[in-house]
Design a protein. Structure first.
Length: 170
């Protein structure tokens, strides 16, 4: 009788991304299979993380987080965070999204998480005028916002009186 042993090896270095961790690779490393994924964006990731931690704390195996220090706010800022769950799920949070990796057998859990996340949808605020500069960041190309400040222009200083109706039209 012949013994066939199939062994799959995952290099631990593949779990690390050019940022912190790769959610898909971490799932493969922890659970030994390729995940399905559910993605929820435009949320407050930090508040959603706290809500999931409170609601499903009994299912959490481990939490892995990356924080960076913001010298303007004088504190560490919430960034990439991963929760490895006992039910075969891995949840990735960032500042504005959540991604749930799973094997397709946790529909109720995913539905509950999605319902919980809806409470933390970020309202789209009217942003000030801005120009974005493309720059190289730790996750590849990123947009850096440059605010455009409106200037008050006194037309009387630079133009004759007959230009005011034209300016109003413009």
């Amino acid at each position: 009788m012949e013994n066939n042993i199939n062994q799959k090896m995952i290099n631990a270095n593949s779990v690390f991304d050019h940022g912190f961790l790769s959610g898909k690779s971490l799932y493969l490393y922890c659970f030994g299979q390729i995940p399905s994924a559910n993605y929820i964006n435009n949320i407050d990731g930090e508040k959603a993380f706290e809500a999931i931690k409170t609601t499903f704390g009994h299912l959490i195996k481990s939490v892995h987080g990356y924080r960076y220090y913001d010298s303007k706010k004088k504190r560490y800022v919430f960034d990439e965070t991963f929760m490895v769950m006992q039910n075969g799920c891995l949840i990735e949070f960032d500042k504005d999204y959540c991604e749930i990796f799973h094997n397709g057998e946790q529909d109720n859990f995913i539905t509950e998480c999605t319902g919980l996340m809806k409470k933390f949808k970020e309202r789209q605020r009217r942003k000030p005028l801005e120009i974005n500069l493309i720059s190289r960041g730790r996750n590849g190309l990123e947009l850096k916002q440059l605010e455009v400040k409106r200037t008050k222009l006194d037309l009387d200083l630079f133009y004759d009186d007959d230009f005011k109706p034209v300016s109003d039209t413009i």
